[in-house]
Design a protein around this ligand. Sequence first.
Ligand code: DI6
Ligand code: FE
Length: 402
Amino acid sequence: MADTKVFCSSQLATITSSAEPYGLIENGAIVVSDGLIKWVGAQSSLSEAHSALPKQDFGDRLITPGLIDCHTHMVFGGDRAEEFEMRLNGVSYQEIARAGGGIMSTVKATRRASIEQLVDNALPRVDAMIAEGVCTIEIKSGYGLAQEAELKMLRAARQIAALRPIHVKTTYLGAHTTPPEYAGRDGDYITEIVIPTLHVAHAEGLVDCVDGFCEGIAFQPDQLARVFEAAKALGLPIKIHAEQLSNLGGARLAASHGALSADHIEYLEEDGVVAMAEAGTTAVLLPGAFYTLRETQKPPIQALRDHGVPMAVATDCNPGSSPLTSILLAMNMSCTLFRMTPEEALAGVTCHAARALGLADRGTLAAGQRADLAVWNVTRPAELAYRIGLNPLHKRIYGGHA
Ligand code: DI6
Ligand code: FE
């Protein structure tokens, strides 16, 4: 029992389904051995052997699972602050896009950047996440839109995992939008770039999941279906950006392919919710993009609840529609803008975020889970979603290491 210890505190939010909200355990203890949780319960129920172990008592604090940001585009070149300023000085988004700005300006900057620059630019964002107790992040490609540039983004994401104590799950988003060299030839872009690049990236071990943007300004469902078939042939899970600006039936399509998640979904209707429920597809809600784009159509939270679709919450960290690196602010926004409860918000960045990434080994405090924990200076779990702009993290415990 060399590397076995006990963490104690006055409250554990286990995020397991128990009679208590948040799966709360008062005066709780977590026995950790070799990076895994061995036992969770009340301190008064610790076995004699466990009671004799080294103990770290966090006193009057709250322990939650380490947080998970299950949807980010944190690797990219340049930034879009200038466009933000232009828009607020009266230039329209369309005018900016016609002048080569918008998402294409990020594609240009990403293609120009070296892998070292991409990593260096992303690390402060990753560090901001770590400072808020995040232990797992997803990072998408999708600003390269050409083979080498997409591979560069995915390699940068893998390098980040080697440079920081954080788990990184990579998602290949070659089907983010069609680059200018394929203008008007979306189908050819999928055939000639998206699918061949997926094969090369997969062969290099760079892809954990495959995503696509289903939208009038991006790809149609039948085009993404080809990408999903290619992913399935490689044994890779899929997810989708769907129903963000309009309803093209993207979530239904993704559910029919057994997608892990459908993300954004402001314009999702009941049939799509039902399809997701039947397929076990998680809803990923991205209030940072809703806020930045000043969207008014809210995702169908009540229908998702009624049909038992698990709801995750993420930052969507990207330079255009969600320049957000705070998972705590995403939680707050999910409550204030979408009317989720603080309990749903916390489940959304822990157990349901894990589910959106296909990870069964994290996201709750339970025996067998990874010992990724966050210790907070708060007296009740609702404070995590309630505060705006205060970081109450006391300590992050990653793989059992405080
Ligand atoms: N939805 C979004 O909101 C971002 N990508 C996507 O599929 C936009 C990305 C950008 O504007 O750079
Ligand atoms: Fe996104």
